[in-house]
Design a protein around this ligand. Structure first.
Ligand code: GDP
Ligand code: GDP
Length: 435
């Protein structure tokens, strides 16, 4: 996947209401960088079996007109730069305002699909008023009520129609590794260190999007594709929005990769935003390796420094912490190739298929030695396990009462899988099915 929909619109038109409806129970990542804008939100939504990223580009806390103009301009620019489709939300209750006009003027200049979405069309009377929005001159106009959900199905049909089914390309077989991390953690330095001065010693594959650079590497007898955004962000001078761009870019790079190398700054440690990105990668079923960079800056290192740092880090990223963690210095070129090796290992772990007989041997023993707790007087029997033929390693456990197996037991099974098979760095999924 890798399709991104941005929601723009002036304050109070109902962007976040709609955003929440799109995400339903899926958790959003909230990013509160600036004091002027309210939290921006990122999430993954699914419609017609298609997954896509959604960004609510935010609203404004401060209601002064000057700030509005500037912020709105910025918001729309971000959407135009970063999104594959734009939902331009307006409000049927207020009709077209000057700000709507200003935004429409900016949006008319993009070739990206813009969906004018007139919200708060809660009843027929509103619907009649709302037709005035055709005047804005966009091809796609939809009328919805975010509160009741009416109309949103048609809108989502139209948007997801733009998403092409994933095509299998020839380089699809090569492991794809993304370098992600916040500004200044050392992504460019790592890239340069990995490849010598010249990034161009290897061919750049014509990127699927202009937001990521795919480079085909042949290092230590291994072929792989490195996906990075490090070079790109520099062209964006929008300093205030560096954080924001970096999150979107990380999400895009992640979407195109099998495994992510998440860079952290050793001195800063792991931040809330790193953790959000990390859990997003896990939800997207991506492999993860954590590279703690700038390890050269940590003074007075002792034998246990790295070990203590690692166990602290694992606590922060729990429960999914069966992750390779490595301490590197891009500047001094220490352990950087090890980082690539680990990422390639994770790609292998992710691809592995476990024979059903082996799986049942091991896992039925684990079930035998620790049964699921009795629920409402009946005992839960797990009779059979199989790995499903999916990209993200997934296991189906066949049981008499699938809906009665609770999270702690699910976690037990996951831990058992992890202790018997090597899924280091790989999110795994567990399902219970009726037998
Ligand atoms: P944002 O600033 O654009 O993110 O707007 P919000 O999502 O915070 O919504 C602003 C207000 O509009 C809230 O009071 C919502 O409850 C209300 N609202 C959102 N969608 C609808 C709708 O479909 N119908 C009606 N009547 N009110 C809505
Ligand atoms: P990016 O924004 O993630 O691409 O980060 P850069 O590669 O541009 O690095 C940001 C800053 O951190 C630069 O000043 C680098 O020289 C510095 N830096 C990067 N890696 C290391 C490292 O391993 N050790 C030290 N001490 N500095 C580093």
């Amino acid at each position: 996947m890798g399709f991104t929909v941005a929601i723009v619109g002036r304050p109070n038109v109902g962007k976040s209401t709609f955003f929440n409806r799109l995400l339903e129970e899926r958790k959003a990542i909230v990013d509160d960088v600036s004091g002027v804008t309210r939290d921006r939100q990122y999430g993954i939504s699914e419609w017609n079996g298609k997954l896509f990223n959604v960004i609510d580009t935010g609203g404004f806390v401060n209601n002064s007109d000057d700030i509005f103009e500037i912020e709105i301009c910025k918001q729309v620019k971000i959407a135009i730069d970063e999104a594959d489709a734009i939902i331009f939300m307006t409000d049927a209750a207020t009709g077209i305002t000057d700000l709507d006009d200003a935004m429409a003027n900016l949006l008319r200049r993009t070739t990206k699909p813009v969906f004018v979405t007139v919200n708060k069309v809660d009843n027929n009377a509103r619907y009649l008023d709302a037709t005035e929005f055709y005047i804005l001159g966009f091809e796609n106009v939809h009328f919805i009520s975010s509160i009741s959900g009416s109309g949103s199905g048609e809108l989502l049909d139209a948007i997801t129609n733009l998403i092409k089914e994933e095509e299998e390309k020839s380089d699809e077989v090569l492991p794809k590794i993304a370098i992600i991390g916040q500004p200044n953690v050392g992504k460019s330095s790592l890239l340069n260190a990995l490849t010598g001065q010249e990034r161009t010693i290897v061919s750049n594959i014509a990127g699927t999007t202009r937001d990521t650079i795919h480079t085909h590497y042949n290092l230590f007898q291994k072929e792989f594709v490195l996906i990075d955004t490090a070079g790109i962000r520099k062209k964006n001078k929008e300093k205030d929005d560096l954080e924001f761009y970096s999150v979107i870019r990380a999400i895009k790079a992640m979407d195109e990769a099998d495994t992510c190398m998440l860079l952290l700054d050793a001195e800063k440690g792991i931040t809330a935003q790193d953790i959000s990105i990390f859990s997003l990668a896990a939800r997207k079923g991506k492999g993860v390796v954590i590279l703690v960079n700038k390890w050269d800056l940590i003074e007075g290192k002792e034998t246990n420094t790295a070990r203590d740092y690692e166990s602290e880090l694992k606590k922060r990223i729990a429960p999914f912490n069966d992750i390779p963690i490595i301490f590197i210095s891009a500047k001094e070129k220490t352990r950087i190739f090890k980082g690539i090796e680990l990422a390639l290992e994770v790609c292998e772990n992710k691809k592995q298929r476990i024979a059903t007989s082996k799986l049942n041997d091991v896992m039925l023993k684990a079930v035998e030695s620790h049964h699921a707790p009795v629920v409402r007087g009946h005992s839960i029997k797990i009779k059979y396990v199989m790995q499903l033929p999916t990209h993200v390693p997934s296991f189906a456990f066949f049981t008499n009462f699938p809906e009665d197996v609770k999270t702690p037991y699910k976690n037990y099974l996951e831990n058992q899988l992890r202790s018997h098979f090597n899924f280091k760095g790989v999110p795994i999924r567990i399902f219970f099915r009726k037998k």
